[in-house]
Design a protein around this ligand. Structure first.
Ligand SMILES: NC(=O)c1ccc[n+]([C@@H]2O[C@H](COP(=O)([O-])OP(=O)(O)OC[C@H]3O[C@@H](n4cnc5c(N)ncnc54)[C@H](O)[C@@H]3O)[C@@H](O)[C@H]2O)c1
Length: 262
């Protein structure tokens, strides 16, 4: 093994890889020797991230994937296994923070009781169903590889409630408990499934909530006194993807600057 590299020879699929936490995870995984397949809806950004990884000497390719689409998952897994011969790691990172109002095309109202069923379904489709579909799609390939690690990005919003966005909390709570059931059902195949629970991290998804009064409230509630960087979460994913966590499954890794310790 090359000294200091924690994922040599591993093949990792990373959803949401074009931006934020997914981008940071793809870059850190590649720097630790993984062959990274990053997927997203944002094709230009995704290709740019893959190009940056390759330019830095890593192995990466970008593939378009809508995580809500089961047929696209099937095609992706088939293509990755054909190209790389195996799949060792899946990071289900793709997510959305709010829904779009179909009539106005603008951000929908997310607070109860004004939250619409359509908005609820939009959030659940990406944040919960997308994680389910990915976890299902990689099973056979990981089993053929002799095991694997699935890392599902939940949130502290999957542990505690919030004033503003019940659908997001519900979707992240679903990821948290789905992860535990998948861990139990996949353990016999040496496929580990864990969830990661970030606090407030500076990414395009979280940016609107990190300024003004809501931002001040959140900062005041963060004992370590700063928002997270995408790499703070990516290093947690690195730990869960590596063989260092060979005896860890069904667990929750909270990375939140101490917010939920209070
Ligand atoms: N930033 C935070 O404060 C924070 C906190 C807790 C949890 N999270 C979670 O972390 C994950 C990553 O979010 P981020 O903060 O890096 O945001 P981000 O917006 O930077 O990245 C999310 C990525 O997911 C992609 N995506 C959205 N829907 C998709 C779909 N259907 N198929 C494929 N890709 C899709 C987006 O195009 C985007 O590139 C999300 O699951 C989010 O809920 C973020």
């Amino acid at each position: 093994m090359e000294p200091g590299k924690r994922l040599p020879g591993k093949v990792a699929i990373i959803t949401g890889g074009a931006s934020g936490i997914g981008e940071a995870t793809a870059k850190i995984f590649a720097s630790h020797g993984a062959s990274v397949v990053l997927c997203d809806l944002q094709d230009e950004l995704g290709k740019r991230v893959a190009g940056e990884i390759v330019a830095a000497g890593g192995s990466a390719e970008y593939r378009h994937l809508d995580t809500r689409n089961e047929a696209e998952w099937t095609a992706l897994v088939e293509a990755v296994e054909k190209t790389h011969g195996r799949i060792d790691v899946l990071c289900n990172i793709a997510g959305i923070g709010s829904a779009v109002d179909p009539s106005s095309g603008k951000r929908a109202r997310m607070e109860l009781p004004g939250l619409s069923l359509d908005s609820w379904n939009q959030i659940m489709a990406v944040n919960a169903a997308g994680v389910f579909l990915g976890t299902k799609a990689v099973h056979a390939a990981m089993k053929r590889a002799g095991g694997g690690s699935i890392i599902n990005i939940s949130s502290i919003c999957g542990i505690v409630g919030s004033f503003g966005n019940a659908a997001y909390n519900a979707s992240k709570g679903a990821v948290r408990i789905f992860t535990k059931s998948a861990a139990l059902q996949y353990a016999k195949d040496q496929i580990r499934v864990n969830s990661v629970h970030p606090g407030f991290v500076e990414t395009p998804l979280a940016a609107p909530g990190l300024v003004g009064d809501p931002g001040k409230t959140r900062m005041d509630a963060t004992p370590l006194g700063r928002y997270g960087k995408p790499s703070d979460i990516a290093f947690g994913c690195l730990y869960l993807a590596s063989d260092e966590t060979a005896w860890m499954t069904g667990s929750e890794l909270v990375i939140d600057g101490g917010m939920t310790a209070n």
